[in-house]
Ligand binder design. Structure first.
Ligand code: NAD
Ligand code: DAU
Length: 350
């Protein structure tokens, strides 16, 4: 293995993946981390990486939509594997302003595929990180398999579906060695506090309202981020080229259950005798347009064929996650001074 290109390595899952990769005994190469550093790209997520990686992590600030800059990176480094995380990732932002999603998620992925095609002789794998949201929404029963038809419902999921189709087409048309993973909702350290779980943890700590969309009965299938990282690495090592793998932990929960669990754990972990139960902060707000009712992932292909199993239950993962946000006050403070605050203000305080 020579150089692995990780796009979006300063984001939530990308950064966790880089830390994970450096702890893998069977990874010996260098990591070329290309990230544009949008509001969601946070160099603090990789604080201390130089000492830990002993020069095996190289950061380059670049936009995957900039074809020339990306071409230069492919000239400079001997990239033989691509693991593509970079994306605009937040559904609410895609509803408010879809343009960046079309650019990064579709055009950016196209640029990378074109470079992969150009350098095909040395490329052993293009792994594309995608989402279960491409499958649309489920009713009360069933779960998404790799055979479920694509029915994306938001500009975000439509842009990810489009990128999945492009990746698949490059495998079929140009014989590019690709794998695709479609994963359910992640949570854990370094997640930007616009997503449900970190938003609720930080708001509850600050005694701010906890905005639950609609009835709160929508269901998501939660997976601790390290389990997602180990699944991706398993697919990269053992997955059949040209195949898609679903990733999930079989952990379906209604949003309201998730929020109540966070409130109750915080009441135990950070007791505030003069403040009522944190559940009192729950505030039902206007629903998200086109809000998918239920996601549930069937990951039996990944488990049966490649032997991957998740290690965290929601119970253990959520405790670790809350503890991480409690222990990393500096990270929290710094992120709060960023663009995030202005957006959140517009979203919830107008
Ligand atoms: P994130 O928003 O936390 O991070 C995205 C990263 O990509 C940031 O570091 C950002 O700076 C970078 N980026 C954005 N546009 C870029 C561009 N044009 N050029 C270079 N870098 C750019 O996202 P995340 O939650 O870590 O998600 C990572 C990937 O995993 C995405 O592809 C997402 O669709 C997928 N995914 C996420 C989840 C989840 O629950 N968060 C679940 C399944 C799949
Ligand atoms: O399923 C995988 C997807 O999970 C990823 O592809 C996306 O990148 C990731 O953002 C996530 O999408 P969701 O829309 O499911 O995640 P989010 O954290 O935004 O919302 C989770 C649920 O909680 C959803 O039903 C909407 C609801 N919600 C969210 C927020 C931010 C609320 O009720 N209140 C909120 O303030």
């Amino acid at each position: 293995m020579r150089d692995i290109l990780v796009t979006g390595g300063c984001g939530f899952i990308g950064a966790n993946f880089i830390w994970h990769l450096l702890s893998e005994p069977d990874f010996a190469g260098r990591i070329i981390n290309v990230d544009k550093l949008t509001y969601a790209g946070n160099p603090d997520n990789l604080a201390g990486i130089d000492e830990k990686s002993l020069g095996r992590h190289i950061f380059i600030k670049a936009d995957i939509c900039d074809a020339k800059a990306m071409a230069r990176i492919f000239e400079e480094f001997d990239i033989d594997i691509i693991c593509h995380f970079a994306a605009e990732s937040h559904v609410d932002r895609s509803i408010e302003s879809p343009g960046a999603f079309i650019q990064t998620n579709i055009v950016g992925t196209f640029n990378l595929l074109e470079l992969a095609r150009l350098h095909k002789n040395r490329l052993t794998l293009f792994h594309h990180v995608s989402t279960d949201e491409v499958y649309g929404s489920l009713g009360d029963d069933g779960s998404f398999t790799e055979e479920t038809p694509y029915r994306p419902n938001s500009p975000y999921s439509a842009s990810k579906a489009s990128s999945d189709h492009l990746v698949r087409s490059y495998a079929k048309t140009y014989d590019l060695p690709v794998t695709i993973s479609n994963c359910s909702n992640n949570y854990g350290p370094y997640q930007f506090p616009e997503k449900l779980i970190p938003l609720m943890i930080l708001n509850a700590l600050e005694k701010k309202p906890l905005p639950v969309y609609g009835t709160g009965l929508n269901i998501r299938d939660w997976l601790y981020v390290n389990d997602h990282c180990s699944a991706i690495w398993t697919i990269m090592k053992k997955g059949t080229r040209g195949e898609t793998y679903n990733i999930g932990g079989r952990c379906e929960m209604q949003n309201i259950e998730v929020v109540k669990t966070i409130c109750d754990l915080l009441d135990e972990m950070v007791p505030e005798p003069d403040f009522g139960p944190r559940r009192d902060l729950i505030t039902f707000v206007t629903d998200r347009p086109g809000h998918d009712l239920r996601y549930a992932i069937d990951s039996s292909k990944l488990q049966n064929e490649l032997g991957w199993v998740p290690t965290e239950s929601f119970n253990t993962g959520i405790k670790k996650t809350i503890q991480w946000y409690l222990d990393n006050k500096k990270w929290v403070e710094r992120i709060k001074t960023g663009e995030y605050m202005a957006w959140m203000k517009r979203q919830y305080e107008s």
